[in-house]
Design a protein around this ligand. Structure first.
Ligand code: FES
Length: 179
């Protein structure tokens, strides 16, 4: 596993919660500096390092990739279809395996992997987790678009589509290759 990127170079993000608090380990940027790897190179990530309820931000091809470790409790917070613009992701970009309400391969529903790029004008949505009340998901601070915990956009948002899912594959239970 020597080619798996070292975790110390990554950015773990804790959700903005009901009280408006937010935290990210180490107080670093949301956009970790990309290494000197070729722009089109794939990256390998060990999802086992992400705590339940925590999100890891990586960078691939110059774009932030959000990797969220969901739990059964978090999956229960997925938004009802009637509130979503494209609940089954029929009009959004993703690999075929992610065209479902979890936007993840079968058997890997606990991990969401999406580009952290709003489909309106490209701002970085914030991860929001309200386990008791209110909306949970990804909130775009630029023009207020809201996505649920599968990256599916709410009706009424300026964003026209769900967050894009990058191409990726599992190499074993926890190691994913993006690209
Ligand atoms: Fe996200 Fe406009 S860039 S709502």
């Amino acid at each position: 596993m020597s080619d798996v990127k070292k975790l110390s170079r990554r950015q773990f993000v804790v959700a903005v919660g009901a009280l408006g608090a937010s935290a990210s380990s180490g107080g670093m940027s949301w956009y970790p500096a990309e290494s000197a790897r070729p722009l089109n190179a794939s990256i390998k990530v060990d999802l086992a390092a992400i705590e339940p309820g925590q999100m890891l931000v990586e960078t691939w091809r110059g774009r932030p990739v959000y990797m969220l470790h969901r739990t059964a409790k978090i999956l229960a917070l997925l938004t009802e279809e009637e509130h979503l613009l494209d609940p089954l992701s029929a009009k959004s970009k993703q690999p075929d395996f992610a065209q479902n309400r979890f936007r993840a391969p079968k058997g890997k529903e606990l991990y969401l992997i999406v580009f952290g790029v709003c489909t309106h004008l490209g701002c970085a949505p914030q991860f929001v987790l309200n386990e008791l009340e209110g909306r949970s998901g990804f909130f775009c601070p630029c023009h207020g678009s809201m996505y649920d915990l599968s990256g599916r956009v709410y009706k009424g948002s300026k964003a026209p589509a769900n967050l894009e899912v990058p191409p990726y594959r599992y190499l074993d239970e926890y190691i994913v290759e993006i690209g």
